[in-house]
Design a protein around this ligand. Structure first.
Ligand code: NAD
Length: 308
């Protein structure tokens, strides 16, 4: 099983570290326009193979011809992130060029691998990727609001002082300021929120405050640490694992809409073949309104930076 990793900066290198311990891939090919960086990361990761905890797999820095027999490609390639950027959409102008280049180079050698986009703004980049050439759309997806969903569960769990894994909750819409936490469908160990609060006698949660936090926390990490990479790497690697194992997971991911006008994050059934089914779930009035705003924001970003 072969993984291609395009972009080996902060996020890509953390993905490489995590994926090395998954014991899922026998071959990993790293591609970055900064070839020196790619070589250095590969060498550093190879050295971990002198230890018993690390499987002896092949990790190489290479080019697109090495991806001809790849099973999955993860794209984190991006222009440099300005720490003072107001929003991820500030990366759009530069990353349209990056994603176009990446898609053309992949398409020149293969149409087999599933392609997972992480590069921001990830919804718009996923859409652009479907427009560049005739690469099969169902094989192209973005991590979407998978990361926000983990953050949402963590924020809720911290409030109640419980394990985030006991919280069943997800976020849809845009990866960014128009992320939509779906409060109307969240449960804790199967209990709707009201029932959980009554039975646990825990203090009521401030939904508005948590909703505000879902996107803001990423900037807290960004401003304090300088980048985000740990949670997004884990998010991506878990997704890749579920794809490769054909787990038929339903996850909040970004893919192109049925009418082909944009890409947005919704609960999505994914298999080893890629996007299988997108669930246009029922929402309450406020969530519906927020979801429409998310779509309008992504559409505006696409229309501003991309001419069909
Ligand atoms: N989707 C999410 O939830 C999420 C979370 C965190 C970060 N991100 C995004 O992931 C991207 C990467 O973040 P990072 O912190 O690793 O950035 P980074 O600047 O550290 O790394 C980007 C890498 O891409 C390489 N690159 C640029 N153009 C390329 C090309 N055409 N082909 C191959 N490689 C190329 C650069 O040389 C660099 O090594 C950013 O767009 C960031 O906003 C997304």
């Amino acid at each position: 099983m072969k993984l291609g990793l395009i972009g080996i900066g902060k996020v890509g290198s953390q993905i490489l570290t995590d994926v090395q311990y998954l014991n899922l891939f026998s071959d990993i090919v790293v591609v970055d326009t900064n070839e020196k960086l790619a070589r250095g990361e590969v060498l550093d990761h190879q050295h971990a193979q002198g230890l018993t905890s690390t499987s002896h797999i092949r990790i190489v820095s290479g080019d697109y011809t090495d991806l001809v027999d790849a099973d999955v490609i993860v794209v984190t390639a991006s222009i440099a992130t300005d720490p003072n950027m107001p929003d991820r959409t500030a990366l759009t102008k530069g990353n349209v060029g990056v994603v176009t280049d990446v898609m053309n180079r992949i398409n020149a050698v293969t149409q087999q691998p599933l392609i997972v986009f992480v590069s921001n703004p990830v919804d718009t980049m996923t859409y652009i990727a479907t427009q560049v050439n005739d690469y099969p759309n169902e094989k192209i997806m973005g991590t979407g609001t998978l990361l926000e969903s983990a953050r949402f569960r963590t924020l809720i769990a911290h409030h109640y002082d419980i394990d985030p894994k006991s919280v069943e909750a997800f976020v849809i819409g845009e990866h960014g300021q128009h992320a939509v936490p779906v409060w109307s469908k969240m449960t804790i160990a199967g209990m709707p929120l009201d029932e959980f609060e009554t039975l646990s006698q825990k203090a009521a949660i401030d939904r508005e405050a948590i909703t505000q936090q879902v996107d803001k926390v990423s900037f807290d990490v960004f401003h304090d640490k300088g980048w985000t990479n740990v949670a997004i790497a884990k998010t991506t690697v878990e997704l890749v694992k579920r794809l490769v194992f054909n787990e038929k997971a339903i996850l909040p991911l970004t893919s192109i809409t049925a009418d082909g006008s944009l890409a947005v994050s919704l609960p999505t059934l994914v298999t080893r073949q890629g996007v299988n089914h997108v669930f246009n779930i029922t929402l309450d009035a406020a969530e519906r309104d927020q979801f429409e705003q998310a779509k309008a924001y992504i559409q505006q970003t696409i229309d501003t930076h991309f001419k069909k």
